[in-house]
Design a binder for this molecule. Structure first.
Ligand code: UTP
Length: 364
């Protein structure tokens, strides 16, 4: 064991060594030829067109009245494309009636549900060590936007040490490793480690709506979606939107070797892009049993090559939450209208920016 391994036992150095080795061979093109996966489209129906829509909505409403659903937001990303200092959720959008932070917009949706169905929806927010304190301070300073503080819970996701291209760890200073969030797929591990999953169970939660902080049009615990999922008996569900064009740079739901998953647009064979629709908007439902299963399921690690702490070509390893779907096997997809349910804030300007989000928010 080297001195830094002893000094920083929180990191899984064996795993990092393995990942560095794989990264190097991946980048040098020396990796063994992978088995070619068979992929096929995953069909879906629009939720609104379901002939049983009203009945399914009632099922979902009953779940909400019985306090059977919780909201779980992943907000541990670094939001580097937005370039805002601070948690993305604290970013303020300029709306016609004044400014509102992204967290406020999300909190108000939960408040609406509380007013309608009479129950506080437990709200778990995953942060990272880089934005945890600021996220809590934002809620504290704004009196939780009217939510009951007792039903809001924050917890941190894990981090991984960034590596130099030669596989050595990067240090911010001699006493501090360069740690980066371990990807939104770290949410299952963190949910369990932080005892938030146990909290959900104590509260009698049966279904958990998992969403990203970016989408300011997300409808948490939408009763029709909840009811349709409960009725489907599947292990997980996702809302999907139709792509704007076959070329749209968006991950799509598909079956890979017969199992549900999301395929990144870069991985779709160019001659088959028209076959695949069902864009991933990170609006998922899980049963509590599925989340319990996922706490111990290892997900794959993905490599990103970035400049970190001044080191060009540094390795960063992340897990993606959609890699959980094939582990669960069965899944229900519900198509929704993108203009009503998808307004991501990703970039500082142009597409998927605060301006496009405000335009969509004010036109619905
Ligand atoms: P993105 O993939 O858009 O990443 O995250 P990001 O870090 O927020 O933004 P960029 O790429 O640096 O510009 C999608 C969702 O997953 C969450 C984000 O907060 C967002 O809700 N996420 C991402 C995490 O919670 N943890 C992570 O480690 C990464």
């Amino acid at each position: 064991m080297t001195s830094f391994e002893e000094k920083f036992p929180s990191q899984n150095w064996e795993l990092l060594k393995e990942l560095a080795k794989n990264a190097k061979s991946q980048l040098s093109g020396n990796q063994k030829t992978e088995i070619v996966d068979s992929i096929s489209p995953m069909p879906f129906e629009m939720l609104r067109d379901n002939p049983r829509f009203d009945e399914l909505k009632k099922i979902g409403e009953e779940i909400l009245r019985k306090n059977g659903a919780a909201a779980f937001m992943v907000a541990g990303g670094q939001g580097s494309r937005l370039g805002f200092e601070g948690p993305k959720g604290a970013f303020k959008l300029k709306l016609p009636n004044g400014e509102k932070s992204i967290f406020q917009i999300h909190a108000e949706r939960l408040l609406e549900l509380k007013n309608k169905y009479g129950k506080n929806i437990p709200f778990a927010i995953m942060t990272s060590p880089l934005n945890h304190q600021e996220t809590i301070e934002h809620f504290e300073a704004n009196f939780y936007f009217g939510l009951n503080k007792e039903t809001v819970r924050f917890f941190e996701q894990g981090t991984m040490c960034a590596l130099k291209p030669n596989g050595e760890p990067i240090f911010e200073n001699p006493e501090k490793l360069a740690l980066v969030p371990d990807g939104n797929g770290g949410c299952f591990r963190a949910l369990s480690k932080s005892k938030t999953l146990a909290w959900f169970k104590e509260l009698g939660i049966k279904f958990v709506f998992l969403y990203g902080v970016d989408n300011v049009l997300a409808k948490p615990c939408d009763p029709a979606f909840l009811g349709a999922f409960a009725d489907s008996g599947k292990a997980a569900a996702s809302k999907v939107v139709k792509k704007k064009s076959p070329e749209e740079k968006m991950g799509v739901f598909a079956l890979k070797n017969g199992l549900p998953t999301v395929i990144e647009y870069t991985e779709l064979p160019q001659n088959r892009i028209k076959e695949f629709d069902g864009g991933n908007i990170v609006a998922h439902l899980f049963t509590i049993e599925s989340l319990e299963k996922l706490e111990n399921e290892p997900l794959p690690w993905h490599l990103a090559v970035k400049k970190i702490c001044g080191v060009e070509g540094a390795f960063k390893f992340e897990q993606f939450l959609f890699d959980a779907f094939p582990k669960l096997g069965s899944m229900f997809l519900a198509g929704v209208e993108r203009e009503k349910e998808f307004a991501p804030v990703k970039n500082a300007s142009g597409e998927d920016s605060p301006q496009t989000a405000v335009d969509l928010l004010t036109s619905t």
